[in-house]
Unconditional design. Structure first.
Ligand SMILES: [Zn+2]
Length: 447
């Protein structure tokens, strides 16, 4: 059977393909979900594939391309659009080959997602506030694409936790309009913000270009070390990773959520995610990224997810991840190893990298082993002098500057020669005390 629809309703804003068909079925169908499936997709069971039925080519023909071509439909009107950017090139090629085929494996299978255990095929999500607005505008509710994406648990327009609607019925279903909603505890502010970050990232990824997952992995490793979750010497410490994540607001919400993603709350998946070279479910990457960079500007960290190597401190060689993101830029543990090792060879051995690599990395920082170690020993010597002077001042609170000069002779002469501004800062308190006393006298006189 081949035909074209006489009337083709337009998209209702950001609704999904499934939503469009459900509305079409309610208004123009003849009551049989099978007939509607057969008409639009050549399959009586099309309503079971809530992501997208297989034969999209037929739908494009029936709707005379008025709603977009196959790729537009799949990439921007279904949750599959979120998986595409994560696919490897061979998998993307395979998917593209399958786009216009009338039959074949399901879209999630083609994206390598069915084994993740993170998908609840019976669930669709809606926001009760959006539904009220939909009824006002269109007279019928919608399934909005932003709400159906993996990682979308909050309405970004209403900051309201989404409701779940679960059914296995073979029907074209629209969201309930009876105003009933799940009774749940109110979201804590931190939880709402965590959910908003993931939902916003998920939405941004739909229709974006291919992601560099390997660089995302590197950036996460750097971020974890920068924030002290892991150390360079133990970049993948399962217990550290789990306990850090399970203490986050995101994990707090996941723990009491209702769905297969609940098991992510423990954080014990992060170790494998970062260790494995093969791809994994986008939901894990998004949750990990948004939790790790929760303190960063939301737009900036989304853009970095799309292009992690845009930051000059990262490169894809692997070794680069040992350097932090905050110049001047060695993590304290690595700095101390390089500064305190007897030789540069010893430092490289302790770090588990070659001398050549260490030289290259120091060159990246604009220095070389000799200069770096001189600088480091300068810092240590300066700190020793500062400590000696401070200790003297705190032991002799009423001392004068000449007392300090006399009793901390070695420290003072070294620091005045090599870091005079640091010396002034260190003895500042002594000067302050005199000024304060003089002001007090002046006050008394003026009364
Ligand atoms: Zn809403």
């Amino acid at each position: 059977m081949s035909c074209e629809l006489a009337y083709i309703p337009d998209w209702r804003s950001d609704e999904t393909l499934y939503s469009w068909v459900s509305c079409f079925h309610a208004v123009h169908g003849h009551g049989s979900a099978r007939d509607t499936g057969a008409l639009l997709f050549g399959s009586e069971h099309a309503c079971r594939d809530r992501d997208a039925p297989r034969n999209l080519q037929r739908f494009v023909g029936v709707t005379r391309s008025a709603l977009g071509d196959v790729q537009e439909l799949l990439f921007t009107r279904t949750p599959i659009g979120l998986f595409i950017p994560f696919l490897s090139t061979p998998r993307q090629r395979k998917l593209n080959e399958e786009l216009v085929a009338p039959v074949g494996p399901g879209w999630r299978l083609l994206c390598g997602m069915p084994a993740s255990g993170l998908h609840d095929a019976s669930e669709m999500r809606y926001c009760e506030h959006c539904i009220v607005e939909d009824i006002e505008i269109w007279g019928m509710p919608r399934w909005r694409l932003p709400h159906q994406l993996p990682g979308s648990w909050i309405c970004l327009d209403h900051c309201h936790e989404l409701n779940s609607f679960r059914t296995d019925a073979s029907q074209w279903i629209l969201p309930p309009t009876d105003g009933r909603s799940d009774r749940r505890p109110a979201l804590a502010r931190a939880e709402a913000e965590a959910l908003e970050r993931v939902a916003a990232l998920a939405l941004r990824l739909v229709g974006s270009g291919t992601l560099d997952v390997e660089s995302i992995r590197q950036a996460v490793l750097v971020g974890l070390r920068d924030q002290g979750v892991t150390t360079w010497l133990h970049p993948l410490h399962n217990a550290h990773l789990s306990s850090w994540f399970s203490g986050s607001a995101m994990a707090g919400w996941l723990r009491r959520s209702d769905g297969p993603w609940q098991r992510l709350a423990a954080g014990d998946w992060i170790h494998d995610l970062l260790r494995n070279r093969v791809g994994d479910h986008p939901l894990k990457w998004m949750i990990l990224w948004c939790t790790l960079f929760a303190d960063h500007d939301s737009t900036a960290h989304h853009l970095r997810f799309l292009d992690p190597v845009s930051s000059p401190h990262w490169d894809a060689s692997g070794q680069a991840t040992i350097w932090g993101t905050t110049p001047p830029s060695l993590p304290a543990d690595i700095h101390d190893i390089v500064a305190n090792a007897a030789t540069i060879r010893e430092a490289a051995r302790l770090l588990g990298i070659s001398v050549t690599t260490l030289r290259h990395r120091l060159a990246d920082l604009g220095t070389n082993p000799l200069a770096f170690r001189q600088d480091a020993s300068f810092e240590q010597r300066k700190q020793r002098a500062v400590n000696a002077i401070r200790d003297f001042i705190s032991a002799h609170p009423s001392c004068s500057r000449s007392d300090i000069h006399r009793c901390c002779k070695a420290a003072v002469s070294w620091i005045r020669l090599n870091a005079p501004d640091v010396f002034e800062k260190t003895v500042e308190a002594v000067g302050d005390q005199r000024t304060w006393q003089m002001t007090l006298i002046a006050d008394e006189v003026s009364r």
